[in-house]
Design a protein around this ligand. Structure first.
Ligand SMILES: O=C(CO)[C@@H](O)[C@H](O)COP(=O)(O)O
Ligand SMILES: [Fe+2]
Length: 228
């Protein structure tokens, strides 16, 4: 694997009454990024957290914060999330009629450029923007909720996207998002993913956050061994 394996706990599953503590515990446990899910009740049938929470979190961690915008018409909010402390921003290909323009504006706002792709959307939809991308978020559940089951059909798409990235000579971080646990991780890594986004498996692990991060890292090395 060219890209370093990264673990990105999704704060959607954290205890919001103790968000700062939870994120600091994830950082101490060796997490690489913090994943921040923004839902608008329109693109997805749920409403989550937004700019003021991101600003608060920015003060609680020095880890990169990876913002996943599950919102319609994201363009107007890109500079606002960048200013609030996002290090990377992913918009949904399904929400962006002018995807190229939107991705350029993420780079202009000083963030790493990401695009998220729903389970039903084919990989080919990203072909023309591949040279602009730093991150692809492959949704491995239908977006909108934590705690769902991994969709196995995503595995072939991860492999396709890894091959498309290599074909344009880019070391794109390929994230998997939804239903990531010790059983799905080796298969996702084997298919070509290198960023494991996990909410439930980390923040709701019965032995605590450290145990959740350790379990995912151990599971990832099984997938990495089978690719080498
Ligand atoms: O974007 C999303 C859901 O739409 C994710 O980032 C979830 O937060 C992942 O949660 P788990 O499936 O790991 O509980
Ligand atoms: Fe997400």
């Amino acid at each position: 694997m060219i890209n370093k394996l990264k673990i990105a706990p999704s704060v959607l599953a954290a205890d919001f009454t103790r968000l700062g503590e939870e994120v600091r515990a994830a950082e101490q446990a060796g997490a690489d990024w913090i994943h921040f899910d923004v839902m608008d009740g329109r693109f997805v049938p749920n409403i989550s957290i937004g700019v003021p929470v991101l600003q608060a979190l920015r003060g609680a961690t020095s880890l990169p914060i990876d913002v996943h915008l599950m919102i319609v018409e994201p363009d107007q909010y890109i500079p606002i999330f960048a200013e609030a402390g996002a290090n990377s921003i992913s918009v949904h290909v399904e929400a962006c009629p002018h995807l190229h323009r939107t991705l350029v504006s993420i780079a202009q706002a000083g963030c790493r450029v990401g695009v998220a792709i729903n389970p039903h959307t084919p990989a080919i939809m990203l072909q023309e923007v591949m040279p602009l991308l730093d991150i692809i978020n492959v949704m491995t559940v239908d977006p909108g909720f934590g705690g769902q089951s991994f969709l196995d059909g995503s595995l072939s798409k991860i492999a396709q996207l890894r091959a498309m990235a290599q074909a344009v000579g880019r070391d794109i971080d390929i994230e998997v998002d939804g239903g990531i646990n010790t059983e799905t991780t080796p298969r996702a890594v084997e298919a070509g993913a290198n960023v494991l986004i996990a909410g439930t498996t980390i923040f709701r692990h019965k032995e605590g956050i450290q145990a959740g991060v350790d379990a995912l890292r151990a599971a990832a090395s099984q997938g990495a061994n089978s690719t080498s």
